[in-house]
Design a protein. Structure first.
Length: 273
């Protein structure tokens, strides 16, 4: 099927659309924004809800958020999460509010695609992907690898340079698109002027040239329709190009401003392509 942005055709995986490659950074942004957008007076404490499922009157409002459990907590329940966990370490608990989104982007780890419980720590130059230590030991021992933060710093200028090229391209496309709009307006204005001239001449000698006036108007209308359609056809690729470029620009800026090093390394090669 065609991509909804650039119209390039791609193959749907055998398992359906849900099997398409997951966009971790965008999903991470969406999850963080969904959490931070909730008002502190509208979310009940989830831990209290589990304990008092039938007691409608004793549901304290959540003021904290546990990153490890992805749960909204009241102050009392959040203290328990800070002190202990089943894995032997304290949970990462953050206060709800405007700064929560940025906090979540910073503290959540980036896990390996193949070993879900392992966090990625290395970037493989040979495969252009983030890998965990287990991946390195199994498949990448002979490959050239580097720590993700170091690689991310090298890739950031490339992404920024590509984004500047896209911005320049956007300006060029806008100028060409505006020129098409200007030409269309001139064309329509000329047609309108001609229509008026034809109507005025027809009224002066209406009894004699009614048929000729009608034919001229029909021809002009046909020209007008064809010209408008041609302009719309020319305009469509500019619009599609702008949509794709604006999408690239917005994503690049979000990645550079808010992305973790692992997000940058995961996306950099495909972005550059």
């Amino acid at each position: 099927m065609p991509c909804p942005l650039c119209r390039k055709e791609f193959q749907i995986p055998p398992d359906g659309l849900c099997a398409l490659q997951h966009h971790f950074f965008i999903q991470h942004l969406v999850d963080a924004r969904n959490v931070s957008s909730k008002s502190t007076d509208e979310v009940p404490c989830q831990a209290c809800l589990e304990v008092n499922e039938d007691n409608e009157g004793s549901r304290p409002t959540a003021t904290m958020y546990c990153v490890d459990c992805s749960e909204y907590l009241c102050e009392r329940c959040s203290r328990l999460h800070r002190r202990m966990s089943m894995k032997g370490g304290a949970h990462q608990v953050r206060p709800m509010g405007a700064e929560l989104e940025q906090e979540l982007l910073k503290v959540r780890g980036s896990y390996c695609d193949k070993h879900k419980e392992k966090q990625v720590e290395l970037y493989c130059h040979d495969c252009n992907e983030n890998i965990c230590v287990l991946c390195f030991a199994v498949k990448h021992t002979q490959h050239q690898t580097v720590e993700i933060p170091e690689m991310a710093e090298k890739l950031r200028p490339k992404i920024d340079s590509d984004d500047n090229l896209v911005l320049s391209g956007m300006n060029a496309v806008r100028q060409r698109s505006d020129k098409v709009k200007e030409d269309l307006q001139k064309f329509l204005s000329q047609v309108e002027t001609t229509e008026k001239m034809v109507v005025e001449a027809g009224e002066a000698i209406k009894r004699i040239v009614d048929r000729q006036v009608s034919e001229c108007l029909q021809k002009l209308q046909s020209v007008k329709t064809e010209g408008t359609k041609e302009a719309e056809i020319v305009q469509e690729p500019f619009h599609l190009a702008l949509v794709a470029m604006e999408s690239f620009h917005t994503y690049s800026r979000e990645l550079l401003d808010k992305g973790r090093p692992s997000d940058v390394t995961r996306a950099a090669v495909e972005l550059h392509k």
